[in-house]
Design a protein around this ligand. Sequence first.
Ligand SMILES: Cc1ncc(COP(=O)(O)O)c(C=O)c1O
Length: 356
Amino acid sequence: MGGTFQIDEAQFIKQAKQFQLPNQTIAVVKNNAYNYGLEFAVKAFAISGIRAFATTSMDDAVKIRQMCGEHADIILMNPTADFKRARMFNLHITLPSAAYYDTYKHELAGLNLHIEYAGLFNRSGLTDISELEYILNDMKQLDLDLSFTGLWTHFGYADEFDGIYEEESALWQQFVKDVKALGVSPAMIHAQNSASYVRDGLFDDHSHVRLGIGLYGSKPFNHLDDKDFIQPSVLSAPIIQFRDLKEGMALGYGAAFKAYADCRVAIVDIGYGDGVLRARAGYECEIGGQTYPIVALMMSHMAVLVDDDVTADMDVYLYNSRLRIDKFTELGVGANSEQLGALNYQSLGREFIYDV
Ligand SMILES: Cc1ncc(COP(=O)(O)O)c(C=O)c1O
């Protein structure tokens, strides 16, 4: 089966409540809600009080509308030409460039448009204010009336401390001023991810923060207190069998592990095909409250060097309240979202714990 990703709903909601900025939070639920499960996460975020969501997938945006009813703001961050569904489900869509405007300007009337600024991250968005000037002039000439409901960007450097984030956010704040100077006053102005929000709180003139990882209980920075970030998930897998190795015997592809003395290895039912990052396997796992080294990672299996305290009925933990995702981020395994995003939603079992 490939292990089980277990999620505690009460902890998930508690974390969403303690991290969100009340009434001013857009929850980022892209990539299957960081692999916590779109439906589960949207419902839990709604219970926590969140009424605005952002995703990159039109299908997911439609599902969110169907789940939340009419009283939610749903922002599709990827550019779309599916205006039929954008209208039908009252989605907010992004305006990513003057070229997009030129292509679709006659189809955008009545839609909630969020002007996107590229900034230093530069994945998508207007490069500078002249692009918006061009759009506004063209609208005037053609007598087009478009609804600029939102203004947004994404920070790519909010977790860096060498001055580049300050430069990035200053460019953005200037862009916001320039947009307003052109007479455009969007109701929703949102830029800040978890790291930026933790550093700066909500920027002046902004209506929302747009949060992902902090809502899901992982720390954007190491120095923050664990108790302010409740990790609501546990990843575990069962032991399939034990191998008793004699000194000098090898195990795994390319003799990944070589026994330096007689020893016992547990073969565990989880591997990189289930989403365990190779770098994560460079660190320990937990069995019966003790830590043990992972000695080989294969596609569907993992080998752990154990002792006689370990029995076949014990679960092997890769993530839990002691083995925090953000601890492994600190150790260099990969970003929090990388560790979560790698999990294989198809092969892992999923268990939700609900308070009854
Ligand atoms: C456009 C956009 N906004 C917000 C976020 C949320 O970022 P974080 O998970 O760091 O809070 C992401 C995440 O990658 C994103 O791509």
